[in-house]
Design a protein around this ligand. Structure first.
Ligand SMILES: *Cc1c(COP(=O)(O)O)cnc(C)c1O
Length: 367
């Protein structure tokens, strides 16, 4: 089976380095928020071209902490997309704010600027912009819109590590960006982890307090924070894996390029190409097809795993009943979620596997 992830096939050298990283931490006698976390934070901030990274326990916490550091909470509205991990929206609710869902652009699956503008109100304080599948796009328009309105641009970069546009890295277009290092993400830990990225010293200080019970000096609490600390083993593993990220990213782009060139089937629609080569990191490679269930069965019968990101848009989730949306509804998100399929695009795929995926997709008769 050609699967959606390839952890067990990673290079032996990486495996050995990871074991050594864990051993280093175990033998250090220091396990939560220590020198490995400090070093990873500095390395990740530098990789992204920001001043500060603050390690936290998950991507969802990173979004919540970003909003709370900005002072966004009760009564404030935050515009975001229904085509995302539920965590993006749950984080807004957990921060005490009110999510308002705007529709997407059907060519990319990304938040539509026109729809976001219909969702604005006097209470709007931020946009949580999700760089879905690894795409950063239209950032000039998003940054001007937010600065003209005096609202915060919070980037959800859980899928877009090191995606760059106009010389800037995902997470640095607005005041603050949130990252997940869940194992399947392009940069993943071997467990849960996340980070907030900012170049504003006050926001960085607020995030450091918020991740640790709102504590400033030890046992002195300035805010009602979370327990969202990053542990030393995950930080040491992330440092090890960060060194491999450029190689793995390059491979994702090669695979995506083969798919973009090789897949040409009237029943399988491709998303719009990225604005520039660097503006997509292919966390997922997504195509659209009408008869999705049959397509996925067909792929499986030819030894190819596939997944749906995401089958149920956030406003159709039972837990999100009554959530506010664009007054015109979210028709693009509804059709997109009914048609999108993610095909294998991880760095451990072989050239033969990539060719096999292309041949099989090319052979799909559409029903
Ligand atoms: C994975 C993901 C999250 C949540 O990250 P966790 O580390 O699982 O909490 C948030 N937003 C997006 C877009 C994601 O893909």
């Amino acid at each position: 089976m050609i699967s959606m992830t390839g952890f067990l096939r990673e290079p032996a050298e990486l495996r050995t380095q990871q074991v050594r990283a864990c051993q280093r931490v175990i033998e250090s006698g220091w396990y939560v928020l220590g020198p490995e976390v400090d070093a990873f934070e500095a390395e990740w901030a530098a990789a992204c071209g920001a001043t500060y990274a603050i390690g936290v326990a998950s991507g969802m916490d990173a979004v919540e902490i970003s909003l709370r550091a900005l002072g966004i909470g009760a009564g404030d509205e935050v515009i975001t997309t229904p085509m995302t991990a539920f965590a993006s929206v749950l984080a807004i609710i957990r921060a005490g704010a009110i999510p308002v869902l705007a529709d997407i652009d059907p060519a990319t699956g990304l938040l539509s600027i026109d729809s976001a503008q219909r969702c604005l109100s006097q209470r709007t304080k931020a946009v949580v912009l999700v760089h879905l599948y690894g795409q950063v796009r239209d950032m000039g328009r998003w940054t001007s819109l937010c600065s003209d309105l005096g609202i915060a641009l919070v980037e959800d970069c859980a899928q877009s590590h090191l995606a760059t546009l106009d010389g800037r890295s995902a997470g640095t277009f607005g005041p603050i960006g949130a990252f997940s290092f869940y194992p399947t993400k392009n940069l993943g830990a071997i467990g849960d982890a996340g980070a907030v990225l900012t170049s504003d010293p006050e926001l960085a200080a607020a995030c450091r307090q918020l991740r640790n019970y709102g504590q400033g000096l030890r046992y002195h609490h300035h805010r009602l924070g979370l327990n969202s600390r990053l542990d030393e083993i995950q930080a040491a593993l992330l440092r090890t894996r960060l060194a491999w990220l450029p190689v793995f990213l390059e491979r994702r782009r090669e695979i995506a390029n083969s798919y973009a060139l090789g897949i040409d089937n009237a029943h399988v629609r491709q998303l719009a190409s990225p604005e520039t080569f660097d503006a997509h990191v292919y966390h997922q490679y997504v195509v659209l097809t009408d008869n999705r269930e049959a397509f996925m069965h067909y792929l499986a019968s030819h030894g190819i795993e596939s997944l749906i990101h995401y089958p149920v848009p956030v406003h159709r989730q039972p837990a999100a009943r009554g959530i506010q949306t664009d007054p015109l509804g979210l028709p693009a998100a509804e059709s997109f979620s009914a048609e999108c399929v993610s095909i294998p695009c991880h760095p451990q795929l072989t050239a033969e596997e990539v060719s096999h995926v292309i041949d099989v997709v090319q052979g799909w008769p559409g029903a």
